[in-house]
Design a binder for this molecule. Structure first.
Ligand code: NAP
Length: 499
């Protein structure tokens, strides 16, 4: 398959092809172009030309919003094909891919309906002879780089606001999961997006990502991925002072007080960490449980975790799926081994499942490590797998301190029936999203993003649109006169003020 440039599918210049395989069983999914820097430059040039032509940027925002609403309808129409493609690339259960598609359509609808809101304001100049207004403009050419865990969902959080704001873009999906982002290009064309506004290159971070983040014709990089890559992206973008929005990883605390509703807390603790086999940036990987509750809670968690049913995308009996790749499974296993070597106690899991039916996939058992402490690498680093670590606390202050003791700050939760305590803890947590007596829900209308090294900028909500807009102050002197700052003008007659 090809690259999407200037509104057409074109071959990569060097013709190298990569095979996509389903991580649940290794079955062949499709071949995609493995593009290189010259392809990325070609796609950037297409986006730049479309932006310079103003073919999209000058459309009234209401029209741009209407196109996003059409995209949402088309995704609903094609939900079966989209979900199937997402499941095959990621190995996730079909039902989870269907949930993702509903969220993706909702994201396009949210931004489509926002058209015309917050597009500027008038400012009081304090002078009768001058008008002042604040206007918004598209940033220009955006490079959108996305990961493999929620491929089209992460893409939609970028594409929808970027288009509403009037930008042109080049998107690079993960080399492992490009299919649904490729499908989106056809959907955008069918919805009426002019050629050249949306461009796609498939390929590796080294092959095309580096060009996208350093090219002088790119104005903004919006990146979702790991912390180490995020640091490289920021460094690459610095030379041309691009705007950079980073959505990175997390080591997300889930605080459970002894006064929480037991069944609710235990059920959420499982979903928090084992949903999508822990391959969720906001996964509740760090259980921070009140000491008096610890023994019973961990024993019951282990019992339930050991009974979670693994399976492929189309196994109706499965409750969660595979990891994305062999390399990723090795990384997860290495973190578990390091945790045990550093003193953690393996309560359940800790290996790939033994059954023959899992042999061709990259499955890993839901794993719980007890007795963890702040300095263990399994606590400090993101393993991004189905690994729950357990720490304990005695006081509210200690719970907050443990939860905030991380370089990350993406999300966290607190379970308690004391609403005053819940509010105090939520306020004290240095994390971008805090759930109280719940885990995982997010809303397109609510900002998403991280404190600390979980990133900068926000996606979703109004701030998610603001990332893609430049702000301009237009000052209009409606009764112009010479300022007489220079040239021997009479004292006190100047209008000039500096800033
Ligand atoms: P990753 O390895 O950092 O890759 C993310 C994307 O960046 C991929 O498309 C990758 O390309 C590309 N890339 C790699 N090197 C690059 C470079 N030097 N320049 C430009 N692009 C480059 O992350 P991942 O393993 O795909 O995804 C998992 C990570 O994403 C986790 O850390 C997770 O927490 C994070 N995540 C965060 C959020 C959030 O909202 N905060 C949401 C989802 C995921 P290739 O891999 O194709 O080579």
């Amino acid at each position: 398959m090809q690259l999407f440039i200037e509104g057409e599918w074109v071959d990569a210049l060097d013709g190298v092809v990569r095979k996509i395989r389903c991580p649940a069983d290794g079955s062949f999914v499709r071949s995609v172009a493995d593009a290189g820097p010259r392809d990325a430059a070609r796609a950037i040039s297409s986006a730049r030309a479309s932006f310079a032509s103003r073919v999209w940027a000058d459309r009234p925002e209401r029209e741009r919003g209407a196109l996003l609403l059409r995209v949402a309808d088309l995704i609903d129409r094609d939900v079966a094909a989209y979900s199937m493609a997402e499941s095959l690339d990621t190995g996730k259960r079909l039902v989870e891919a269907e949930y993702d598609m509903a969220d993706i359509a909702a994201c396009f609808r949210y931004y489509g309906a926002m058209a015309g809101e917050g597009i500027g304001r008038v400012v009081d100049t304090g002078r009768p002879d001058a008008l002042s207004r604040i206007t918004v403009s598209p940033v220009g050419v955006c490079a959108l780089i996305t990961p493999w865990n929620y491929p089209l969902l992460q893409a939609s959080w970028k594409v929808a606001p970027a288009l509403l704001a009037g930008n042109s873009f080049v998107i690079k999906p993960s080399e492992l999961t490009p299919s649904t982002t490729m499908m989106l290009m056809d959907t955008l064309s069918e919805a009426g997006l002019p050629a050249g506004v949306a461009n796609l290159v498939t390929g590796t971070g080294a092959g095309v990502g580096a060009t996208l983040t350093s090219h002088p014709d790119v104005d903004l990089v919006s990146f979702t991925g790991g912390l180490t890559t995020g640091r490289s992206v920021m460094a690459a973008a610095a030379a041309t002072v691009k705007r950079v929005a980073l959505e990175l990883g997390g080591k997300n605390p889930n605080i459970v007080f002894a006064d929480s509703d037991y069944e609710t807390a235990i059920d959420h603790a499982l979903t928090a960490v084992f949903l999508h086999s822990g391959q969720v940036c906001s996964a509740g990987t760090r259980l921070i449980v009140e000491e008096s509750l610890h023994d019973r809670f961990v024993a019951d968690l282990a019992d339930r975790a050991s009974r979670i049913r693994l399976g492929g995308p189309f196994d109706d009996n499965a409750e969660t799926g595979t990891l994305i790749s062999g390399a990723h499974r090795e990384k997860v296993a290495a973190y578990v081994a390091a945790g045990i070597a550093e003193g953690a106690v393996l309560v359940t899991g800790g290996s790939a499942p033994a059954e023959e039916r899992f042999a061709d996939g990259f499955f890993y058992l839901p794993t719980i490590l007890d007795g963890c402490t702040a300095t263990m690498s399994v606590i400090t680093d993101e393993s991004f797998g189905p690994v729950l670590t357990v720490e304990t606390f005695r006081t509210e202050a200690e719970a907050i301190s443990i939860a905030n003791d991380t370089i990350y700050g993406l999300a966290g939760a607190v379970f308690t029936t004391d609403s005053g305590k819940a509010q105090r803890v939520a306020e004290a947590l240095r994390h971008g999203t805090v759930w109280i007596n719940d885990y995982h829900p997010y809303l397109p209308q609510a900002e998403w993003g991280g404190f600390g090294q979980s990133g900068n900028g926000r996606e979703l909500g109004q701030a998610g649109l603001a990332e893609y807009r430049e702000i301009k102050h237009v000052f209009h002197n409606i009764d112009p006169k010479p300022p007489h700052w220079f040239g021997g003008s009479p004292a006190g007659s100047t209008d000039v003020a500096g800033g």
